[in-house]
Ligand binder design. Sequence first.
Ligand code: NAP
Length: 330
Amino acid sequence: MRKFRWGILGTGAIAKQFVQGLRSVPHAEVFAVGSRSEASAAKFADKRNIPRRHASYEDLVSDPEVDVVYIATPHPLHAANATLCLQAGKAVLCEKPFTVNAVEAERVVELARKRGLFIMEGMWTRFFPLMEEVRRLISEGAIGEVRMLNLDFGFRADLDPASRLFDQRLGGGALLDVGVYCVSFASMILGQPSGSVGLSHLGETGVDEQASVVLEHEGGRLANLSIGIRTATPQEATIMGTEGYVRIHAPWWRPKSMTISRPGEESETVDAPVSGNGFNYEAAEVMRCLEAGKTESDVMPLDETISVMRTMDGIRAAWGLTYPGEEVAP
Ligand SMILES: NC(=O)c1ccc[n+]([C@@H]2O[C@H](COP(=O)([O-])OP(=O)(O)OC[C@H]3O[C@@H](n4cnc5c(N)ncnc54)[C@H](OP(=O)(O)O)[C@@H]3O)[C@@H](O)[C@H]2O)c1
């Protein structure tokens, strides 16, 4: 495989972790970083021995030696940042959620397709070895027909109106931050839902601090989601079928073991150890696709990313939660 030179767009918390993960991927070079500020780009690059640093996102995407850009900015910036990358001819890995809503996602995907460029949502959970095993077991009918899912993802953050988690202008709230993992997992197992009902608690900054959502899928199959940014939850996922159930142990979104239980049989635990910090798996998928000349991943397809955004739009619409300046679908 040829070497791929990565550019990191944004210097926040997840960019730091991603760079660490990328370092454990053969053929990946952490080549450049771009920031809104020269000082932040320099600090990030110096600390990590990154050869090139750029004092704007525009300069990063104009760097002719960057092959692929990883977008690590707050959600409302994703669409504009991805557009900037694609217009400069770069392949893109964009953090979850792909955008704030489906209208933005459709536009970005349309541009990527028009330009024949690779783009993928960084739904890193899908690429862990255990998730491959989950998909295999379910498709082989190891627990019969899947009928219900129980997924929770909540943590307790201190209320800080300036943090992106609580700031509406930065796309704050549980649904976009952690709910997207649950909606995406439900989509992976059950497909696109036909409807949803949900209740949320909007906190003092106006964002959804916690919510319960039920997704309805074809044939009466249901996914039950509990999410929060002010309430810690066990962070477990249970897939329930007609012939047993699978429990993915906490934290299910960074999975490494599961237990399969069938009536009348002894439970079986499957371990799939994780190498690196986990971000290496999604990065490896991006490079596999680029090497094969593909413009999207089969594991996280673009139409599915759009469908997940649509589902989240529908859930939010029922709560009356919109973001400042957000363009809402007719
Ligand atoms: N996959 C995962 O496990 C995971 C975990 C956490 C977060 N994420 C996702 O990653 C994205 C970033 O999250 P984060 O926790 O890394 O955020 P963060 O620590 O706040 O960092 C975001 C970075 O984006 C840049 N930025 C550009 N415009 C900004 C603005 N108006 N306000 C603040 N920052 C701005 C800044 O970099 P410069 O100043 O250098 O331009 C900033 O350091 C989110 O979409 C989130 O959903 C994913």
